[in-house]
Structures are given as structure tokens and as C-alpha cells.
Design a protein around this ligand. Structure first.
Ligand code: DGY
Length: 329
């Protein structure tokens, strides 16, 4: 019998059709839009769930006693309590690899746009303020040949290093729990302590996942270690940087600028001081947001779900320990 699946995200029509062919599918735009009583009915028989926007905590899981697989259309899974899912024998699937290059492009765009003040200068023209050759007060900072500090040398960190080393002749420093031999060999990346990377780099890029170890990793003390001419780029997760400390560091000129794609609270409020700072570029969490990559992520998540429901595959499974415990699906 086809497994019962709840889809809580809009996905491309061909992928929707693939799910419909293989599952007894119910689609809701978001779980939040479903009334509590209906939610109970919706989830009572669900064996699989697929989506990304909604947070799936115990209140949802308690309504889904038959749930075997959640397939998130994201690489990050900090919205989930993985230990709780494992305790409930629910496999969590995610979408690594397919978004690596696009997210690295976004991070590199933030480096370049911050350093060369692209948004600020664009605004100048839009406000009809380009009257003559711009003066030194609008000059930017070189990127090529500078030192790039990468916090987290995983897939995305390595893809940023590849661009920086191969295309911009940058020196790569990194901070990571483990040695990345490939990055050391291919990009001459050198691993140091967090403090050393912060103190030495002209650009510091956060590409770490959010965990209890990385939450507020960058606070006032860490920001104070950075060079006054340095830029901080965050393409990882917002809560890794203490946002109030960052605002203060930018206001006081402790660092020169920031390029941000992620925030402590998302969506970022229009009232945030970050929004009005000329030396800050704010993007609305778009690291992977291209047509090609968002399609690839949805496709990967659909295939992950079907594979997990039928073969209990460990590929792209966040908590493979569950597979051995569940004897048969
Ligand atoms: C991810 O996949 O984790 C990206 O941050 C998009 O949410």
C-alpha cells in the first residue's frame, strides 16, 4: 500500500506528480494554516512528512504516531530536535551537496558587495546623487590577495575557499573542529584557533551550522579581536553571531562592515538598526535561492523521502542510528 504522506510546502508540479504517483498524498500550504482538530486528522496516519517552513516540534509529533520519515527541503536541520526524533524512531532526511555551490556564490557575492560597497553606491545613483567622479569617501576595499578566514570548513566553506584561492588569490585561514586535508592541499588553507582566524583575517565568513556549540560563538570579545578594517560575512545561521554585539561593533567602528544573509530572528524586522547601516548588506536568507538550486533541493527531498520510506537508506539521513533500530517498514 502507498505510504501516507503530508506535504507542507509548494513544490514544482513534476515533483508533486512524483509524490502523488508513489504516495497517498495530502498537501497543505503550511501546517500553521491547519486548525488543531484538522491537524490531528491530517497527521493521524502520516508515515512521511516533507516541507521546510514549519517548525516540527513535540506538539506536532505527538499527533503523528505512525510517522517514520521527515524530509526537510534544506541542508540545515537546526529547527529539529534530532535526539527527540531518534527517540521516536523517526528518520530525518536533508539536502546536502545540491546547494553547496549556489550558497558559496551568495557568500562570495556578500564579500565582494560589502568590500566594494555595491549596494551603497547603487543607492547613491538611485537617489540621483552621482554628480561627478566619486571621491575617496566612496572608495572600497580590495578583495583579491587578502586573507579570508572561514569559520567551518565543510562543503560550503570549501566551496568558498575554492573561489577565494583560485579566483582571487586569497590566503585561506580556517577554524574547524576537524582538519580538512583536501582544503589544506587544494587551497593551501591553514587551520588555526578561532581567535587567531578572527585577528588575522581581512574577511571572516561564517559557514558553520547552528548547534549548542556554535550559538553566539561570535560575541563582543570575538568581534573586538577583528581588524578595524575587516568585514564579517554570515551565510551560516544568524544565532551564531550575537547580533546586538555586531550592531555595536559596526556602530563603534570596531569592524568595517558586514554582509548578512541570516539573522537571530527571521524575517529580520525593518526596525533593526542593521537595515539602515550603510556598511551593512542584508539579504533575506537567500543563500540557496536560485530557480535551479531550489528545484534541485525539492527534487533531492522528494527522492530522500521515497528512498527512506521504501529502502530505509542512510544517504542524506541525519540520524542513521534509527535505521538499525527499526526492523521493518
Ligand atoms: C538550508 O538549506 O539550510 C538553507 O539555509 C535554506 O534554508
Amino acid at each position: 500500500m502507498a505510504p501516507t504522506v503530508v506535504l507542507y510546502e509548494t513544490i514544482p508540479p513534476d515533483l508533486l506528480a512524483l509524490l502523488e504517483q508513489n504516495c497517498d498524498l495530502t498537501f497543505v500550504e503550511s501546517l500553521q494554516s491547519v486548525y488543531q482538530a484538522d491537524l490531528q486528522t491530517l497527521l493521524a496516519n502520516a508515515e512521511g512528512m516533507i516541507g521546510v517552513k514549519d517548525k516540527i516540534g513535540p506538539e506536532i509529533l505527538d499527533l503523528a504516531p505512525k510517522l517514520k520519515v521527515i524530509s526537510t527541503i534544506s541542508v540545515g536541520y537546526d529547527k529539529f530536535d534530532v535526539a527527540d526524533l531518534s527517540k521516536r524512531n523517526i528518520m530525518l532526511m536533508h539536502t546536502p551537496d545540491v546547494l553547496t555551490e549556489t550558497t558559496a556564490d551568495t557568500i562570495f557575492m556578500l564579500i565582494l558587495c560589502s568590500a566594494r560597497r555595491a549596494v551603497e553606491l547603487n543607492d547613491m545613483i538611485r537617489q540621483s546623487q552621482w554628480h561627478d567622479d566619486i571621491g575617496a569617501e566612496y572608495f572600497g576595499t580590495d578583495v583579491h590577495g587578502k586573507k579570508l578566514g572561514i569559520l567551518g570548513m565543510g562543503r560550503i566553506g570549501s566551496a568558498v575557499a575554492k573561489r577565494a584561492y583560485g579566483g582571487f588569490n586569497m590566503e585561506i585561514l580556517y577554524y574547524s573542529r576537524s582538519v580538512n586535508e583536501r582544503a589544506q592541499k587544494d587551497f593551501q588553507a591553514q587551520r588555526f584557533s578561532l581567535n587567531h582566524v578572527l585577528a588575522e583575517s581581512d574577511f571572516v565568513c561564517v559557514t558553520l551550522p547552528l548547534s549548542e556549540q556554535t550559538r553566539k560563538l561570535i560575541g563582543p570579545k570575538e568581534l573586538a579581536l577583528m581588524k578595524p578594517g575587516a568585514f564579517l560575512i554570515n551565510g551560516g545561521r544568524g544565532p551564531i553571531i550575537d547580533e546586538r554585539a555586531l550592531i555595536e561593533a559596526l556602530q563603534k567602528g570596531i569592524i568595517k562592515g558586514a554582509g548578512l544573509d541570516v539573522y537571530e530572528q527571521e524575517p529580520l524586522s525593518g526596525d533593526s538598526p542593521l537595515v539602515d547601516m550603510a556598511n551593512v548588506i542584508t539579504l533575506p536568507h537567500v543563500g540557496s535561492a536560485t530557480h535551479e538550486t531550489r528545484y534541485a533541493m525539492a527534487e533531492c527531498a522528494v527522492k530522500n523521502l521515497l528512498a527512506a520510506l521504501t529502502e530505509r537508506t542512510s544517504v542524506n539521513c541525519v540520524n542513521p542510528e534509527v535505521i538499525d533500530r527499526v526492523s521493518s517498514y
